[in-house]
Design a protein around this ligand. Structure first.
Ligand code: DSN
Length: 421
């Protein structure tokens, strides 16, 4: 970044510091990952200069031949990876993808049934301060108190009672397999559309490590930067019969010019997602999460639902005398990066800002090439910090272990789980 260094040393410095931070810390934020240099090159390319309102072959501006090429590649690859009839690769992010689906089939005041945010759902699934909660009449389903698994009987009862126009499957903090056929069945019983928001698990689905909703859902939305390991962005998959409607809601309905540099990077990421190495990485991500969750169980931690089937799990800290925020801060001081999180049925007066849980995800450590033994080592580090959050010696010892792990598994290296070409 020689030109940037010369032209704007302050921004250059911050970027260098961020690269160093990513290299030298362990990232356990379940919604993050580290995408390849190829993806970053595409995203940092001159395609950022191009206006391309419309779709490939049908643009409002001249000079769109090259961006048409990358958008067609992105669309075809997305369809191939997920076996979808139609793909729209233009949503700037997951929220816009969800908004486009809502605007395509709902009117203001229609009824939406989505997962409760405090049980693991997402803001766009009906949170009152989000467009979804402001525009639609919301009801929520959640998990069972005794198991932590989605209560499908309750979901069905709510659906029968409230007759939602749309039912949403998908979560930001749910560690178990989503039963898409069951969602479909309930949606059919009440005549609702079924949308699956697979933002967290898209990579797992692409890699065969989680069942796919594509055969069951009317609409599938996702971000492209989580387990899918692409650039920050959104994607919609749907049946052909909804294609025209979805395309016209994304543009001109809610967006103007698409981010063609990001779409180029999505195309690169989708090609990577077809590789055997990507598939193995997704299975390893689940193995690492399981190994780490089991280690915490052995050490007396309460894991919501007792474990995990996917890339993340939640630790309920109520028996540990430390809040989620304290845990997050003390772990950050030891170079372990994760986020505090609400846990279902938190009766200790927790707010979204002061919850009693933490969320742990394994996409990034797996992309670096780490395996189960490394995941267990990280669990040991976390346990040490949470047991003695104010002990300086513990913090220094853990930081050293983390530094060693980070240098053993560089962010970008040949033979790591992640493509570095
Ligand atoms: N903010 C994301 C997460 O951390 O799960 C969801 O969009």
């Amino acid at each position: 970044m020689i030109t940037l260094k010369n032209d704007d040393p302050e921004v250059w410095r911050a970027i260098q510091d961020e690269i160093e931070r990513q290299k030298n810390t362990i990232d356990l934020i379940a919604s993050e990952n580290t995408c390849s240099i190829a993806v970053q090159e595409a995203q940092g390319s001159s395609m950022t200069n191009k206006y391309a309102e419309g779709y490939a072959g049908r643009r409002w501006y001249a000079g769109c031949g090259n961006v048409d090429t990358v958008e067609r590649l992105a669309v075809e690859r997305a369809k191939q990876i997920f076996g979808a009839e139609h793909a729209n690769v233009q949503p700037h992010a997951g929220s816009q993808a969800n908004m486009a689906v809502c605007f395509s089939v709902l009117k203001p005041g229609d009824r939406m049934l989505g997962m409760d945010l405090s049980h693991g759902g997402h803001l766009t699934h009906g949170f009152k301060k989000n467009f979804s909660g402001m525009m639609y009449e919301i009801t929520h389903y959640g998990v069972k108190k005794d198991t932590g698994y989605i209560d499908y009987d309750e979901l069905r009862n709510i659906a029968l009672k409230t007759k939602p126009h749309i039912i949403i499957a998908g979560a930001s903090a749910y560690p178990r397999i989503l039963d898409f056929p069951r969602f479909r069945k309930i949606a059919d019983e009440v005549g609702a559309y079924f949308m699956a928001d697979i933002a967290h698990i898209a990579g797992l689905i692409a890699g065969g490590a989680h069942p796919s909703p594509v055969p069951y859902a009317d609409f599938v939305t996702t971000t492209t930067h989580k387990t899918l390991r692409g650039p920050r962005g959104g994607l919609i998959l749907c049946k052909s019969k909804y294609a025209k409607k979805i395309d016209s809601v994304v543009f001109p309905g809610i967006q103007g010019g698409p981010f063609m540099h990001v779409i180029a990077a999505k195309a690169v990421a989708f090609k990577e997602a077809m590789t055997e190495e990507f598939k193995q990485c997704q299975h390893q991500t689940v193995k690492n999460a399981r190994a780490m969750a089991q280690e915490f169980v052995k050490r007396g931690y309460n894991i919501v639902s007792g474990g995990t089937d996917n890339h993340l799990f939640l630790i309920d800290l109520r028996n540990k005398g430390i809040t989620g925020k304290e845990a997050q801060l003390s772990l950050e001081a030891a170079d372990i990066i994760l986020n505090r999180n609400t846990i279902p049925f938190d009766e200790m007066g927790a707010s979204a800002n002061e919850p009693n849980g933490i969320r742990i995800g394994t996409p990034t450590i797996t992309s670096r090439g780490m395996k189960e033994a490394d995941a267990v080592k990280i669990a040991d580090c976390i346990d040490k910090i949470l047991s003695q959050p104010h002990d300086m010696q513990t913090k220094e010892a853990v930081r050293k272990t983390i530094r060693d792990l980070c240098s053993q598994y560089p962010l970008y290296k040949e033979n790591a789980c992640q493509t570095s070409k």
